[in-house]
Write a protein that binds this ligand. Structure first.
Ligand SMILES: Nc1ncnc2c1ncn2[C@@H]1O[C@H](COP(=O)(O)OP(=O)(O)OP(=O)(O)O)[C@@H](O)[C@H]1O
Ligand SMILES: [Mg+2]
Length: 577
């Protein structure tokens, strides 16, 4: 536990290093602030003595100069201290959040399969947010109060070091409850943040699934689910608040032992003549004055524990290694001719094998169709080409190169994918189409849209290509969304094209049109087409019939139709009626 905390401190420290200048400057400014306090007493008093007692009346003018000058100095010092330390904290947190988002993006699809979107978002927003709120408190109060405390402790020891030792004997006793409270705060903050993650996840889910919720009339159930989780969140928070509120009173009670000892022992020393009354009085005053910084510092300690609870969750994400990453000796994929080979590939998402001894060869420029029942593994096959996952057995090669040996960037540059699930960004139609090639000209965007048979409906939209599609393209029809996704893939202009149920939402007529356009485009690229509608894939060079992760038949439409088998069965089902 302790070493884990140390590790987190070390990592946070690494993040603050770039801002060491700001932090040092801020500490310098707080020294100025502390210095001005002392100067008031140190400078104004002799000045007054000289003027009144010494009769140097011409020095009168210096009094307001000193008072105002010191106030100015202190004010500026305070401003610089707060401004620089707070911006430093903010910058550290900003870097952390940027890195966290970047790292999350580099994690594999397997990670996204294990964690819900909401929970991943929560770490980047809520957990980093918790650290952010703490950072400012810790830095401002921590620095300021530590200085005050050090000065007071120094003063007490300077006055009477023996009495000071007696007074601080109580200190070890105070450490134990502070540690226990700190640990409880950290644990419950962690649990609370996890519950907050569930809340975020729930919100994200309800808003994305709002149509299902409304259609099934399950608003009440969703409200209940949210309230239950919210209550759970409150319960953890309540524990944090309980420990947080208890810490100051406990410190005060323990401190009273120190004060009581000092008074008892001190008065005895005064009575014995070892100390003057004045000395004891000044000593006790300094002790009382320590209250405030000690209390504030325990609060700071608790805040640190809270942010550690959140930081643990943040660094957990950083510790998640991206399992699909460039091999150390990865080379960029040379310009691709488009030969794709599956060599005895065995693959499982978890334990259940999805592909068995899967071998397939697509020659450059060939159109390979994958057909078969739902769950046969068709999407899995094309996902392996894009290296969303790595196979456990065998390998996938492009132009003879194992794709695990090439850089991911270069691999994906060579692939254009239209996924089974259409996804559009909440941006203009033009930006959505341009997504894979941001430098494409308006004319190129248009051309891609025309080829995807989308230009027509886009022109009819109120703002044409500048129409914003809404989250995930909710303001468009299913077929319109698919056509935009096809346009996006076409503009990408990659040598390997993957169409996973890309035209399933189109009516037969527009599908035929899109097919015609696609036929031209497929000419110089290797294309993988997945479709349930056999009319879509009849003209493919090679049709691969799959079931349960195995290849049952391979051949052209005419070959397969001539054979007894799954393909003919599917064909009969679709065309007999
Ligand atoms: N992310 C995943 N995690 C775990 N199992 C998965 C995942 N994706 C798919 N599967 C499983 O792998 C098997 C093959 O899925 P796949 O998506 O490749 O089928 P498919 O042939 O594309 O089906 P469909 O025609 O319905 O799209 C299925 O049994 C499915 O449950
Ligand atoms: Mg699929």
């Amino acid at each position: 536990m302790a070493s884990a905390s140390v590790d987190i401190y070390r990592r946070l420290l690494r993040y603050s290093r770039p801002y060491a200048g700001r932090i040092a400057f801020s500490i310098l400014a707080s020294l100025v602030v502390a210095g001005t306090d002392v100067s008031y007493a140190g400078l104004v008093q002799p000045l007054v003595d000289k003027i009144i007692a010494g009769g140097q009346h011409d020095l009168v003018i210096l009094v307001p100069v000193f008072v105002i000058g010191l106030a100015l100095l202190k004010g500026i010092g305070r401003y610089l201290q707060e401004y620089y330390i707070k911006t430093a904290g903010q910058l550290v947190i900003q870097d952390l959040r940027n890195d966290l988002q970047g790292h999350s993006l580099s994690l594999s699809m397997a990670y996204y399969g294990r964690n819900s979107t909401g929970k991943i978002m929560s770490r980047i927003l809520n957990d980093v947010g918790m650290m952010q709120r703490s950072a400012a408190d810790v830095l401002v109060d921590g620095v300021r109060e530590s200085f005050t405390l050090i000065r007071l402790v120094g003063l007490v020891f300077y006055r009477d070091w023996q009495l000071a030792i007696v007074a601080f004997l109580v200190l070890p006793v105070a450490v134990l409850p502070a540690t226990i409270i700190g640990r409880k705060i950290k644990i419950n903050t962690r649990k609370g943040q996890s519950s907050l993650g569930n809340l975020t996840g729930h919100l994200q889910e309800t808003f994305s699934g709002i149509k299902v919720i409304k259609a099934f009339g399950t608003e009440a159930g969703e409200r209940h689910r949210f309230r239950t989780e919210n209550l759970r969140f409150y319960r953890f928070l309540r524990k944090v608040l309980k420990y947080d509120s208890a810490s100051s009173p406990i410190i005060e009670i323990l401190a009273s032992f120190g004060i009581a000892t000092v008074l008892w022992y001190g008065i005895n020393r005064v009575l014995a003549g070892a100390m003057t009354q004045g000395e004891l009085f000044s000593f006790a005053t300094a002790m009382f004055m320590m209250y405030t910084p000690v209390k504030r510092l325990t609060k700071v300690g608790n805040t640190i524990q809270k942010s550690l609870g959140a930081a643990e969750r943040v660094f957990e994400v950083f510790d998640e290694a991206p399992d699909i990453a460039d091999a150390p000796d990865a080379a960029p994929l040379a310009p691709v001719r488009g030969q794709v080979t599956f060599d005895a590939v065995g693959f499982a998402y978890r334990d259940e094998p999805v592909l068995h001894e899967f071998s397939l060869e697509a020659r450059p420029g060939e159109i390979v169709a994958l057909v078969g029942p739902s769950g046969a593994g068709k999407s899995t096959v094309v996902g392996l080409i894009a290296r969303f996952y790595d196979p456990q057995k065998g390998c996938v090669r492009i132009d003879g190169q194992d794709i695990r040996q090439v850089t991911l960037d270069s691999l994906r540059e060579n692939i254009a994918l239209v996924d089974q699930e259409t996804f559009l960004f909440n941006a203009t139609i033009a930006r959505n189409i341009r997504y894979g090639r941001p430098d494409a000209s308006d004319e190129q965007v248009r051309a891609a849209a025309r080829q995807a048979y989308a230009d027509g409906f886009i022109q009819e939209l109120p703002e044409g290509y500048e129409t914003v599609t809404g989250d995930r393209g909710h303001s468009l029809s299913g077929g319109q969304r698919q056509r935009l996704c096809i346009a996006r893939a076409l503009l990408r202009d990659a040598p390997i094209l993957i169409l996973d149920e890309a035209t399933s939402a189109l009516d037969t007529e527009s599908e035929a049109e899109v097919q015609k356009a696609l036929a031209n485009l497929m000419k110089n690229r290797t294309t993988f087409v997945i479709a349930h509608r056999l009319s879509t894939i009849m003209h493919a060079d090679k049709i691969v019939v799959m079931e349960n992760g195995r290849i049952l038949q391979i051949g052209s439409h005419t070959d397969l139709i001539a054979q007894e088998g799954l393909y003919r069965k599917l064909y009969d089902l679709q065309f007999k009626s």
